[in-house]
Design a protein around this ligand. Structure first.
Ligand SMILES: *Cc1c(COP(=O)(O)O)cnc(C)c1O
Length: 362
């Protein structure tokens, strides 16, 4: 048996063991061709099959309606922060950004350099403990789009309910929670996610958008930064990140094999309940950093009474085989990332470790 760490890394993050083992088995000789998938043309029938399968499984799992396309791009979600305003923010319009934490803020900062923006809603007054409610989001008449961050990886918050904003395009960054639960894709005009949290390795970014959003990019934009370039060429305009897309295709098959997104959501709910219960049942020994209604299924943030105790917790957790529990340097404290591929057993072990730590130090 392979010894696997209790991996709570925030990103890049845990991948399913089954996927790693299948990739290992196919690494040197991909399905009998005598070469790895990395050593052949991205225009070969083998790779085209990988690309097609990843796109169609993504559509199937998310129940993507007709009239949407799935693209695989490069440059990470961070490049989308720029491409979105470059493609969709015109003179005379303003793009509305809902501020929920660090990632929303980065997306807004990037758009500010490209056109006019406004803050369409913010959780700042609560110290980002709370996601703004749908009726707290301001849609201006000249809004080019509204941008939201579905899951704030660093704060540990997630939308429980997405806003309905009428005919203005709704754009969402799902980098850290795509495929963690079913989503009504028809509410959105454009979704995107870097792969390295919940989909696979870094190197590929998924875009799911209405066909109309992927046509007629503004004149003068560089070829690689135009959505129409990638839509016209089935994401094969230039050499794609072949190995990343291949692993994503295996992860999608793994999710399908587990029963799809309803099953994934149940599992994530059961996993995170173990840890949230350890926080809530601690009588204040552990403190959750997000209000219960905005808590994330993917990143659980919590604190202890003092810096000293937190240091001790992280040291002892590391010694006990837990990886990645130190909070992001911007917020400190602790964070357990419980992405799809993190097994129930890891979460159970962490909840037990937390209770045991409290007994010894509470
Ligand atoms: C990790 C992350 C990003 C940045 O992704 P890159 O692929 O590194 O550019 C953006 N948004 C969210 C919500 C993230 O979690």
């Amino acid at each position: 048996m392979t010894k696997r760490a209790y991996n709570f890394n925030a990103g890049p993050a845990a991948l399913p063991l089954d996927v790693l083992q299948q990739a290992q088995a196919e690494f040197v000789d991909y399905r009998g061709i005598g070469m790895s998938i990395m050593e052949i043309s991205h225009r070969s029938k083998e790779y085209e099959q990988v690309n097609d399968e990843a796109q169609s499984l993504m559509k199937e799992l998310l129940g993507v309606p007709n009239g949407y396309e799935v693209l695989f791009l490069q440059g990470g979600a961070s490049t989308q922060f720029a491409m979105i305003p470059m493609n969709y923010l015109q003179q005379g319009q303003a793009a509305g950004y809902v501020l929920t934490g660090s990632w929303a803020d980065k997306a807004l900062k990037e758009a500010k350099g490209i056109g006019e923006t406004y803050v369409a809603g913010t959780g700042e007054a609560s110290g980002f403990r709370r996601i703004p409610a749908p009726n707290e989001i301001e849609v201006r008449p000249n809004a080019a789009y509204i941008h939201i961050t579905s899951n704030e990886t660093i704060a540990g918050s997630q939308y429980a309910e997405y806003p309905d904003i009428g005919s203005v395009p709704l754009i969402a960054d799902l980098s850290s929670d795509i495929l963690c639960r079913p989503v009504d894709v028809s509410k959105f005009d454009f979704l995107y996610a870097g792969a390295q949290k919940n989909l696979g390795p870094s190197g590929v970014t998924v875009v799911i958008a209405k066909e109309g959003m992927l046509k007629d990019s503004p004149k003068g934009l560089p070829t690689m930064l135009r959505y129409d370039t990638h839509a016209k060429s089935k994401s094969l305009y230039n050499t794609p990140p072949v190995y990343s897309v291949y692993i994503v295709s295996l992860v999608l098959k793994w999710i399908k094999g587990l029963g799809g997104l309803e099953a994934m959501e149940r599992l994530n709910h059961d996993k995170t309940k173990l840890i949230y219960d350890a926080i809530d049942g601690s009588g204040g020994f552990f403190e959750g950093l997000v209000d219960p209604g905005s808590r994330s299924l993917m990143n659980i943030t919590f604190a202890l009474g003092s810096d000293e105790l937190e240091k001790k917790f992280i040291q002892e957790a590391e010694a006990a085989g837990f990886v990645g529990l130190k909070g992001h340097r911007d917020v400190g404290h602790m964070r357990a990332s419980t992405y799809n591929a993190v097994p129930y057993e890891s979460c159970k072990a962490l909840a037990e470790f937390m209770q045991e730590f409290q007994r010894r130090n509470g």
